[in-house]
Design a protein around this ligand. Structure first.
Ligand code: SF4
Length: 175
């Protein structure tokens, strides 16, 4: 049987969900026998190859996040929210109570550590008006909840996805 293809990205998240994925430890060797990871945040992929499963960490906060999400949606047979930021916004949505200008001023000007003195105007993706979970931009087929989801939960969820045991809209909340 042909190996399945998995792609992963992180958008506006802390990378904790991907760290949990890496906590699969030696199970990553078992995963490699079942699937090829054709894209991940450690490889700067501009265009995603076709894949069976796309895993998305993080909310959608800026124009670059949205572009990446749309590309992965188009490339993936099954798109999965990995963690609570992708699933319902969670931590990055805390930004939504402030204006974008206030957020940028706090990050680049009114900051204790490094004073840039100005908000950069190039090479920084434009913030979207609000941070949103990914299902508010694209169709999402399943969600692995948690902040972050545990490695055990990810393992069971990815196994079910690879075996085709997941129905449309499932929440993959394995203990
Ligand atoms: Fe980080 Fe939690 Fe968001 Fe995952 S769900 S990206 S661990 S804050």
């Amino acid at each position: 049987m042909a190996k399945k293809r998995i792609a992963t990205v992180w958008l506006c998240g802390c990378s904790g969900c991907h760290m949990s994925f890496l906590d699969l430890d030696d199970r990553l060797i078992d995963l490699a026998a079942m699937a090829d990871v054709v894209a991940s945040p450690i490889v700067d992929v501009k265009d995603f190859p076709k894949c069976d499963i796309g895993l998305v960490e993080g909310g959608v906060a800026n124009e670059e996040n949205l572009e990446v999400l749309l590309k992965l949606r188009a490339a993936s047979d099954t798109l999965v929210s990995l963690g609570d930021c992708a699933g319902f916004g969670c931590v990055p949505m805390l930004r939504n109570q402030f204006s974008n200008q206030d957020v940028l001023d706090r990050a680049y000007i009114d900051v204790e550590s490094t004073a840039f003195g100005a908000v950069p105007t190039i090479e920084v993706p434009q913030l979207l008006p609000k941070v949103k979970p990914i299902h508010e931009h694209v169709k999402v087929d399943a969600w692995i909840p948690g902040c972050p989801p545990s490695a055990d939960r990810i393992w069971k969820a990815v196994g079910a996805l690879l075996r085709g045991e997941v129905a449309d809209g499932d929440t993959l909340e394995y203990d």
